[in-house]
Design a protein. Structure first.
Length: 125
């Protein structure tokens, strides 16, 4: 994590590297739904944070909507209908979205690279 933070500071994405590092407990939650998502609170204040995680998945379907299925993080949540969402789709794209007053606004999408489906894993930050 320190190397990632240093790299982000070197590239001027972060103002400095003088921060506290908090490691969260491993998280495992089965979730097999189409066309919606939910999230679980970590119990930590993640404001102004760099989040890094090793993710693993096993899809309940081998014909899921890969572009709309994956692993992600909700952050800067004001209410259930006001937050940001960053996720890696099982199609191999990273998407950043804002949900404002219940409306989803895509802020950007970039290709991460091919991921294995329906069973795979990836490191995300």
């Amino acid at each position: 994590m320190e190397a990632l933070v240093q790299s982000l500071a070197d590239d001027r994405y972060l103002p400095s590297t003088s921060r506290t590092y908090n490691e969260l407990e491993d998280f495992d939650e089965p979730w097999a739904q189409l066309h919606w998502y939910q999230w679980w609170h970590t119990g930590s204040d993640l404001a102004h944070s760099v989040i890094s995680a090793h993710t693993e998945w096993l899809s309940a379907s081998n014909k899921a909507d890969w572009w709309n299925s994956g692993c992600g993080t909700v952050f800067r949540e004001l209410r259930a209908d006001d937050h940001f969402l960053a996720y890696l789709s099982m199609e191999g794209c990273v998407t950043l979205s804002e949900v404002r007053n219940g409306n989803c606004i895509d802020l950007g999408c970039n290709c991460y690279g091919k991921v294995d489906t329906p069973d795979g894993e990836a490191d995300v930050a």
